[in-house]
Design a protein around this ligand. Structure first.
Ligand SMILES: NC(=O)c1ccc[n+]([C@@H]2O[C@H](COP(=O)([O-])OP(=O)(O)OC[C@H]3O[C@@H](n4cnc5c(N)ncnc54)[C@H](OP(=O)(O)O)[C@@H]3O)[C@@H](O)[C@H]2O)c1
Length: 398
């Protein structure tokens, strides 16, 4: 199937479509007009004719002009259009017409990649965004970049190193002291290490950064969310990954939760792909349990897309090469930010019991997520691991 997703980013309020003969067109929802040229680059695109498979996606046929399209052109030119967002949507399209001036968001790992696009998109719509970054220089650079697009963007950067639970505690204490509101907490930061590393707290780095420290952050910021006055419940959006489906050495229906396999203490029991996937499974299971414990907060996990061209693969030339190969078929960073933004702002998600979203739609996570005994056990073990880290010296590599 031809992918018409565009690496040339579209301005707010624009949408991309394709006619059955392969021509790409651009829809301006504000002026209610369509055009063949990309609104910024002025490029005109014709992609290969649709295959038989894609033909089923034709939803509009113009009798007079004898042309068909994958979008209903009548609807796309109406202002109240609520497009059915999908894998080609980007964050700014979803935010089109949304005013977030009275909202405050914290985005972890917002200095680069998907987190940056989430922060940038929210800030462009008036949201106060706190970029929680481990490196303040990078965080400030990200803020400056956003300000070049929106001079009066309500953004700031704060230090948050998820490799340090004490660092997370400091972040939370400062946040609470300042009595800042919190409408949106976006747990985006993540690492994909190919080698075994321990944090200062003695846990395997992917387990701590992708899961443990972010759950600690969410629990710490809970009170700020609960006192935030808003017409809608506060939301926690956790960026997980489809790779949560890989085998999880530390989670099983027979043996329950084995913390020494969730966070191996030595490289002998370390498989980087299993550890990465498992940390992402833990995140969704945490969201399921968090939702059960705090129904006042809308908590959801999502998958941003596969093989997104970001810094995630910085550790491995092999993965960088794979990302390069799949780049024509994968989402742009703006598109990868779409599902998290969708979960953060649309009302639809509040009405659905779904725990996991993919391509701006309901996703079906691993069955472990619905195993209450396991999610509850993970919840309890997680608290113990955090308490242990504060009580003990770092564990040593054996
Ligand atoms: N890329 C994909 O194909 C893909 C697919 C599925 C899911 N995801 C998930 O999407 C999320 C964003 O990833 P990305 O692709 O945008 O990668 P990225 O560009 O590498 O962004 C990751 C962010 O996390 C931050 N981070 C890493 N370690 C941290 C720590 N100890 N404390 C605080 N922040 C830390 C990074 O900060 P530094 O810049 O300082 O390192 C960076 O800002 C991740 O959770 C990832 O697992 C990505």
């Amino acid at each position: 199937m031809t992918d018409i997703s565009d690496n040339d980013e579209l301005p707010t309020g624009w949408q991309i479509g394709q006619t059955s003969d392969g021509r790409v067109f651009y829809i301006n929802h504000q002026t209610q007009k369509t055009q063949w040229e990309h609104p910024i680059t002025k490029k005109v695109k014709v992609l290969p004719k649709e295959s038989g498979e894609k033909k089923t996606n034709i939803v509009f046929f113009d009798e007079q002009q004898k042309r068909s399209a994958t979008l209903d052109l009548r609807q796309t030119s109406t202002k109240d259009l609520d497009p059915s967002f999908g894998h080609q949507s980007n964050a700014l399209q979803i935010l089109y017409g949304t005013d977030l001036a009275n909202k405050t968001a914290v985005v972890t790992g917002a200095n680069s990649g998907i987190g940056f696009e989430i922060a940038r998109s929210l800030a462009k719509h008036g949201c106060q965004v706190i970029l929680a970054c481990r490196n303040l220089t990078k965080g400030e650079a990200a803020c400056s970049k956003i300000r070049t697009e929106k001079e009066d963007a309500n953004i700031s950067c704060r230090k948050l190193d998820l490799c340090s639970l004490r660092g997370v505690k400091q972040f939370v204490e400062q946040y609470r002291q300042e009595a800042l509101p919190l409408h949106l907490l976006i747990l985006n930061a993540g690492v994909l290490n190919t080698t075994f590393k321990l944090t200062e707290d003695g846990y395997e780095e992917m387990f701590q950064v992708n899961y443990l420290a972010q759950t600690y952050l969410a629990a710490g910021l809970l009170s700020s969310m609960l006192v935030t006055k808003s017409d809608q419940p506060p939301r926690i959006i956790a960026i997980s990954c489809e790779s949560h489906r890989v085998e999880s050495p530390g989670i099983s229906t027979i043996n329950g939760i084995a913390t020494d396999r969730l966070s191996p203490r030595s490289p002998h029991h370390f498989d980087h792909l299993l550890s990465y996937g498992q940390s992402k499974l833990c995140l969704i299971m945490f969201i399921a349990e968090f939702r059960r414990n705090y129904p006042q907060i809308y908590s959801v996990a999502c998958h941003p897309g596969n093989a997104i061209n970001s810094n995630l693969t910085r550790d491995s030339y092999f993965y960088q090469f794979l990302v390069l190969l799949t780049r024509p078929f994968s989402k742009s960073l703006q598109q990868a930010a779409a599902t998290p933004i969708y979960c953060a702002i649309t009302n639809r998600v509040l009405k659905e019991p779904t725990i996991y979203y993919n391509n701006c739609d309901e996703g079906c996570p691993s069955t472990f997520v619905y195993n209450h005994k396991l999610t509850e056990d993970l919840w309890i073990q997680t608290q113990s691991l955090i308490e242990l880290a504060f009580r003990k010296q770092p564990l040593t590599v054996v």
